[in-house]
Every structure is written in C-alpha cells, then in structure tokens.
Write a protein that binds this ligand. Structure first.
Ligand SMILES: C[S@@+](CC[C@H](N)C(=O)[O-])C[C@H]1O[C@@H](n2cnc3c(N)ncnc32)[C@H](O)[C@@H]1O
Length: 299
C-alpha cells in the first residue's frame, strides 16, 4: 500500500553518481571528490567486493547473521518483517524524545542492503531512497521493492550523490561499523550535508569493546588482527566483513552543525543479531558496545 501515492520517485533529488556512465568528470559527485576522498576509493572498492560476494552467497544472512538462518533459512517475509518492526521501534522512540521527523518529504537509508529498512521507511515517508555499495544487494532490493515512492542506488563513492539538504530523515543501521573510521567519519559529514536544516539523523555504531572475558578477547583479537582477511586480500581475494569502532568524540567532531540529542545503548552488535532491535538500560559487559545516535541539523 502506498501511503503517499501523490509523490513518485521523480521527486527524489538524486544527482548522477555513476562514474562508469559516460564521462566521469561531468558527474556532480565526482567533482566533489577531493584528493583525500580519492584515497578512500581503494577501501570502498574492497568493501564493494566483499559485500557483493556476501550478497551473492546469501544476502539475507550476511545482513542479519542469526546462525539459525544460515544457508537461505531466512524466509523473505520474516526477514522484511524485522525491518517494519525496527522502524516502528525507532519512530516510537523518536516520538518519545520529541524528535519525530517530518514525513511529507524524503528519507534516506544508507547501506540499505536488500531494503529491509527502506521498504518500511517507504510506508511512512512521501518518498525514500536506499543506497548501497553493493550492486548485488541493490539488484535484490529492486526485485523486492513493493513501493513506487522508493528507489535504490548503488554508489561506491565517499561522496553521497545527492544535493545539499535533500532529506529530512536519514537512517543507517548495522552499516558504519563495517568500514574503517576514515570512511565512516566522511559519511557522517556527508549525512549532515545532505540533511535539511531541522532534519533528523539516526545511526548505529559500535562504540567500543570492553574486554572483560576470554570470548570477548578472542573476538577482539580476531577483528583487530584480521589475519584471514589479510591473507585473502594478499592472495587477491575480496577479504571479509570487517568490524570497526567509532568513539563518541570522533562522532561529535564529524557531526559539526548537527547536534546530538539522544544516545542509546542497543543490542545490534550481538553476533546473532536477528533484526530485533532493543534499547538496553546499560552498556553490555561483553563483546562490542553498540550505540544509536540521534542528531538534529541546526538551522
Ligand atoms: C549488515 S548490512 C545492513 C543492511 C541494512 N542496513 C539492514 O539493516 O537491513 C550492511 C550493508 O552496508 C552496505 N555497505 C557497506 N559499506 C558501504 C558503503 N561504504 N556505502 C554504502 N553501503 C555500504 C553493505 O553492502 C550491506 O548491504
């Protein structure tokens, strides 16, 4: 069902980011790339290859790594239902803290995967865009798209292919933790650029890793050393999904004009996260500490 049938995807302010289409120097997003940005391209190309590979194997399990759902055991209806439930939890929380976004406009889902959350946002906003580095994820997202007011874009650029102030709501969950800080900090700055004044940004990150037990220590060592990934990369393979932390101080610096209005501990770092988002009363004592931030762009 379309809640906003009068608006269609042509209302969505997307600039042309397809570097491979035509002359790249004519592309708006390309022109915004600085030398520093171009230095990120190797990381991004690697990320794209990793996620394309994961999506090809089993996209749903790569997104929600519940071990009971390996090898195609996520039914699509159950999988997408987790997105509806998550967006509902987040929106109820935003209403409670007095920062409900304006919905008669466009929302962005950054790192949308197959559209688990984008489809849920499409039910609430006039229009919405899902963007992802993986073409395979976006192919699946397009195949699963049920809403005319929703569209998907592939981008492997550190610069988002949107004009300034294009969105009133940006959501990104279980995405920024999978990229090096240099990239995630750059995307946070980009979120603020493409957010309209007064717009709301909600995103999840892994904050830290309080090593208080042996299983945590082993996980931390594995993620930090990334031996298997390094060997695979050295052999020319695509590598593996990575985990990175992002501190509150780095986030505050990156957000600049956007003021943090809420920080919650969330359960999304759990190894068996199954899409059932919950707010925790305190930081977990084992494994990664995940936080969900809500920031408002100042007028
Ligand atoms: C764990 S999945 C989460 C998907 C979606 N947010 C959800 O919760 O259903 C992480 C997604 O982030 C995407 N991703 C990773 N790095 C990205 C980047 N630099 N730009 C856009 N998407 C990225 C991956 O391709 C993958 O689809």
């Amino acid at each position: 069902m379309l809640l906003h049938p009068t608006l269609n995807t042509t209302d969505i302010p997307v600039t042309n980011n397809r570097h491979s289409d035509g002359n790249p120097s004519q592309c708006v997003a390309y022109k915004r790339l600085t030398t520093l940005h171009r230095g990120c391209m190797t990381h991004l190309n690697r990320l794209r290859d990793v996620w394309d590979g994961l999506a090809e194997q089993d996209a749903l399990h790569a997104i929600l790594t519940d071990p009971t759902k390996k090898q195609g055991k996520w039914g699509i209806a159950n999988f997408m239902a987790t997105g509806v439930a998550e967006v509902s939890i987040v929106m109820n929380h935003l209403a409670q803290i007095g920062h409900y976004p304006q919905t008669e406009s466009t929302a962005l889902d950054f790192g949308c995967g197959v559209g688990r959350l984008t489809q849920a946002l499409a039910q609430r906003f006039s229009s919405c865009v899902g963007i992802d580095v993986s073409q395979h994820m976006i192919q699946e997202a397009n195949a699963l798209n049920r809403y005319e007011n929703c569209r998907y874009i592939t981008s492997s650029s550190p610069v988002l292919p949107f004009d300034d102030a294009s969105f009133t709501f940006i959501y990104s969950n279980i995405v920024l933790q999978h990229m090096p800080q240099r990239l995630s900090v750059g995307y946070l700055k980009e979120f603020v650029r493409v957010l309209a004044p007064g717009g709301i940004l909600v995103f999840g990150v892994q904050d830290s890793f309080p090593i208080r037990d042996i299983p945590s220590l082993i996980t931390w060592l594995r993620q930090t050393v990334r031996l298997r990934t390094r060997i695979k990369e050295a052999l020319g393979g695509p590598g593996e999904m990575q985990m990175h932390c992002l501190s509150e101080s780095a986030i505050r610096r990156a957000l600049g004009r956007a003021k943090i209005v809420d920080i919650q501990f969330v359960n999304t770092a759990a190894k068996d996260f199954n899409g059932n988002l919950s707010y925790l009363p305190q930081a977990p004592t084992s494994g990664y500490v995940s936080k969900q931030y809500c920031a408002v762009k100042q007028s």
